[in-house]
Design a protein around this ligand. Structure first.
Ligand SMILES: [Mg+2]
Length: 422
């Protein structure tokens, strides 16, 4: 059996736990500007129809009395780590699926913790203890995707265990939209065919599913028959690290954009260093006011994690980029962590394709980064700023940081192809 643990309204619950004045009230965590989005909201806010990823403007209209809180992502991250550590006390097979979700492989744990019901109760109690009072919902099932569906069944603070003998009946009655990956559009197109439940979807052969939905159809066929071969993976190695932000106002101001790149380089670099990663490919992402998005990448000779090097490379990519329209969002990422030097180059092409790095400069930068990381660890992220950031920083207000609940504004994405999109 696999257990899926999902914290209840995580960010909002943390805010309510840390500030008693917020308890029992509609609380929304997210960017408060007109372009902000709801990251998480308390159950009191959900009663008004507010939900995650909803534009803040809409949320405010639905629930004008809501208290909007800017997220304290370092605090959420701290609690997330405490939760994951607590889970590892039960099983070495823990897979953090996001900041507030994890899978635990429960195989063989009954000898230590008794029946599954008791194990789940012990996990819930432990999480409440280590976080200082947060609740979670737990699902247990023979496979991963079912465990995830089950944790939703009795949310919040609920438990639902689906035993193997009950899987078929449970699945057949399940609305198709409950299967992870089946979105609104697919639900609609299936409904047009008269299909609402998984049981009805079972009438399709794998060939029909594939013809209709492509590769995903083959996966969906497995899911509707209760199959999911994915294991609980303890090491989900990060393949890229990136940061991005959407501005309160679209802009063509290159100095401002550079300043944003410096802030991103700082976050990405610090996160890479904290996890002991270095990457060779730096990717700049720009979204224009018409939502057209482009990315530009450069692969360096050596993997790096120095803030200044990431920043400089990002600036070069930006300098080469025409800005035909105002920019809405800028992002900066580092990837290519595992590739040994030169592997990505054709023989002899290394120097031409890469960008020369001065080892002395890099060494100096590493020293500076280490010193700054150290100071920030002790005194907080705002305690020290680079001269460069400071001189670039004074002109405008900080932009709205869009965060979709993935930690402290830094996203870690497992990449499909291993290479950033061109
Ligand atoms: Mg959650």
């Amino acid at each position: 059996m696999i257990i899926h643990i999902d914290m209840d309204a995580f960010f909002a619950s943390v805010e309510q736990m840390d500030d008693p004045d917020l308890r029992g009230k509609p609380v929304i965590v997210g960017g408060s500007s007109d372009r902000g989005v709801v990251s998480t909201c308390s159950y009191e806010a959900r009663a008004f129809g507010v939900h995650s990823a909803m534009p803040m403007v809409v949320a405010r209209r639905l629930c004008p009395q809501a208290i909007i809180v800017r997220g304290r992502y370092p605090r959420y991250s701290e609690l997330s780590h405490a939760i994951m550590d607590a889970l590892r006390d039960f099983s070495p097979l823990v897979e953090p699926a996001s900041v507030d979700e994890a899978y635990v492989d429960a195989t063989g744990l009954e000898r230590l913790f008794g029946p599954l019901e008791e194990l789940v109760a012990a996990i819930k109690a432990r999480i409440e203890e280590v976080t200082g009072g947060l609740t979670c919902s737990v699902g247990a099932a023979p496979v991963k995707f079912l465990a995830k569906i089950c944790s939703e069944v009795n949310k919040p603070d609920g438990v639902f265990i689906l035993y193997p003998e009950d899987v078929d009946a449970f699945l057949c009655a399940l609305p198709v939209g409950k299967i992870p990956g089946v979105g609104k559009r697919m639900v609609q197109s299936l409904q047009d065919l008269g299909i609402k439940t998984v049981g009805q979807l079972r009438r399709f052969s794998p060939e029909v599913m594939e013809r209709r939905f492509g590769k995903w159809g083959a996966v969906l066929y497995e899911r509707v028959h209760g199959r999911d071969s994915r294991k609980v993976e303890t090491e989900r190695a990060a393949k890229s690290e990136s940061a991005e932000c959407t501005f309160a106002q679209d802009t063509r101001d290159r100095t401002f954009l550079q300043r944003m790149l410096m802030a991103h380089a700082e976050r990405v670099g610090a996160s890479l260093r904290r996890h002991g990663y270095k990457g060779r490919t730096i990717t700049l992402k720009v979204k224009f006011c018409d939502f057209k998005q482009i990315t530009r990448s450069r692969t360096l000779e050596e993997p790096v994690n120095a803030t200044e090097t990431i920043f400089e490379t990002g600036c070069r990519l930006l300098a080469e980029l025409p800005l035909p329209q105002p920019v809405r969002l800028i992002g900066l990422g580092v990837s290519g962590f595992d590739a040994p030097a030169n592997q990505l180059f054709l023989p002899g092409a290394g120097k031409a394709a890469g960008q020369n790095l001065d080892p002395q400069v890099e060494a100096k930068r590493q020293k500076l980064d280490a010193a700054l990381d150290n100071l920030r660890e002790k005194f907080g992220r705002q305690a020290v700023q680079r001269g460069r950031l400071f001189t670039l920083a004074r002109q405008e207000d900080a932009p709205e940081r869009v965060n979709n609940g993935k930690g402290d504004g830094v996203e870690k994405k497992p990449e499909k192809g291993g290479k950033p999109s061109p």
